[in-house]
Design a protein around this ligand. Structure first.
Ligand code: BJW
Ligand code: ZN
Length: 247
């Protein structure tokens, strides 16, 4: 007999989904793939820009060596993102905030598509491509208000150079973001891990914490990851097709 969508989920998951209150969703680049955002790793990835692998151009070292090059890369990506819309996966997760009393949405993505879909409280572990941060006074500014899409933007407050307000390789996460996510992971009953290769730490430790404290962990990804063997259930496929079937 052919497996239809109804057989995709176990009875166990259906039951838990129906009864859970504290649910954590951790998302990665794959949740935005069906919106047209390239992933970093995996099939068809566009992980190279002007000959530089993204681990190099998106690194703390590059920021020190060549801030204008880092900005060129981020202006380019913001330009691509401007035309993109949330997909059914973002929309399903946004609906879940009304379904579950305690939904925690933790994302590694910097694209702002969860918020565009209507998710209100999003823990952004790696910052946002739509913000810049002053290297001197630390003030954060909304780049949507910026007139020019060229060069290194100057702080609206003190005039110093700004940098993208994103967490590059080798940098610390924003103060409190990981701690807040880890606390939610430690108290959730059900944990969905959607569209992440689960190789970048400390984000990848969130489902590990959830599992260790007794949550039922469900991975949603067309490919296997290091987390697959530790998950209670693996839903193999595209997030935009699978999540709306859950509810
Ligand atoms: C679909 C799909 C569909 C496709 N539906 N799914 C412990 C061990 C080893 C190393 C470390 C460690 N702890 C820390 C480190 C160092 C490092 C790290 O983890 N390195 C590993 C790679 C080895 N971590 C850090 O540097 C972090 N900082 C830190 O730890 O600070 C403390 C410290 C400081 C100094 C020294 C030591 C410690 C910071 C990490 C910041 C990551 N930043 C980036 C770039 C952001 C800026 C930018 O965009 O340019 O964030 S890296 C990049 O990877 C980006 C992502 O958020 C992140 C995660 O990627 P993600 O989301 O998982 O995407 P992909 O592409 O990897 O996977 C996509 C998945 O989707 C695939 O599985 C597909 O199959 C799937 N998919 N279509 C569902 N339709
Ligand atoms: Zn400033």
């Amino acid at each position: 007999m052919q497996a239809g969508p109804k057989q995709l989920f176990s009875e166990e998951l259906r039951g838990r989904f129906g009864e859970a209150n504290r649910v954590l969703v951790l998302t990665g680049a794959g949740v935005s793939a069906e919106s047209g955002v390239p992933t970093f790793r995996g099939g068809g990835a566009t992980g190279v820009w002007k000959g530089l692998p993204f681990e190099v151009i998106s690194s703390a070292g590059m920021l020190e060596r060549d801030l204008p090059a880092v900005w060129e890369w981020f202006h380019y990506r913001r330009g691509l993102l401007e035309a993109l819309k949330p997909n059914p996966a973002h929309e399903a997760i946004a609906r879940w905030q009304d379904r579950f009393g305690g939904l925690a949405l933790v994302t590694q993505n910097i694209d702002g598509l969860h918020q565009a879909a209507g998710s209100r409280e999003v823990i952004e572990l790696h910052g946002s491509i739509w913000r810049a941060r002053c290297v001197d006074c630390g003030a954060r500014h909304n780049l949507r208000e910026l007139r020019s899409d060229n060069g290194v933007p100057a702080c609206f407050d003190c005039g110093s150079s700004m940098r993208p307000d994103v967490v590059l390789f080798g940098e610390m996460l924003p103060l409190g973001a990981f701690e807040q996510a880890a606390a939610k992971a430690a108290s959730c009953e059900l944990c969905f891990v959607v569209g992440t290769s689960a190789v970048v730490y400390p984000a990848a430790s969130i489902p590990e914490i959830a599992r260790a404290t007794g949550a039922y962990v469900v991975e949603v990804n067309p490919e296997r990851t290091p987390l697959s063997d530790f998950s209670d259930e693996v839903l193999t496929g595209n997030a935009g097709e699978i999540l709306p079937l859950l509810g």
